[in-house]
Write a protein that binds this ligand. Structure first.
Ligand code: NI
Length: 185
């Protein structure tokens, strides 16, 4: 089922999500809906809070060979993408190397900003079956996981910008939304 994606400004996007106690069928149904919603958007990652569920769960779907544009290497050709389900993710290692890359967010339509983050991470999480996993994520995959994990703590990419740029973007979004309201005559 495709769920509505919450866009900023919205208080729910500031909420710190709670750990998932048990990976059961209800959680798996949520994950399935999140993947369907992400594909329809379309996007390469989505966190549960973006569909209004304050649980520490996210999905990412991209080719792990994909390189960041800033790495000046060709992005891997379109191929079968790997869908990953990360529940209660924790970053247990991150590289000292920091890279800048332009990011977008389904909750901030049409807004992009250069964000700096560690180039590589190791993340520990529970998978779709509730099994513990560890993943070394570099390039676009590592970037995407870090972005989605920010959502679980109520952090949007605009929160990583200066206050001036943040307010500019949020004002633009609020204005765009007002214009979308149907006119009643
Ligand atoms: Ni996002």
């Amino acid at each position: 089922m495709i769920l509505p994606i919450i866009t900023a400004p919205d208080r729910r996007l500031k909420v710190k999500s709670q750990p998932v106690a048990k990976v059961d069928d209800e959680v798996r149904r949520l994950l399935d809906d999140m993947v369907e919603t992400m594909r329809a958007a379309p996007g390469i990652g989505l966190s549960a809070i973006q569909v209004g569920v304050a649980k520490r769960a996210l999905v990412v779907e991209l080719d792990e060979q994909a390189k960041l544009a800033s790495e000046q290497e060709p992005v891997a050709p379109e191929g079968p993408h790997t869908t990953r389900y990360l529940i209660n993710p924790e970053i247990i290692w991150s590289s000292e190397k920091i890279v800048f890359c332009e990011e977008g967010c389904l909750s901030l339509p049409d807004q992009f900003a250069e964000i700096e983050r560690p180039a590589d991470i190791t993340v520990r999480y529970l998978d779709y079956d509730g099994q513990p996993q560890e993943l070394q994520a570099t390039g676009m995959l590592g970037r995407c996981i870090q972005h989605e994990m920010d959502h679980l703590d109520g952090v949007l990419l605009v929160d990583r910008l200066s206050a001036v740029r943040r307010h500019m973007i949020l004002r633009k979004l609020a204005k765009a939304r007002k214009q979308e309201q149907p006119v009643t005559a």
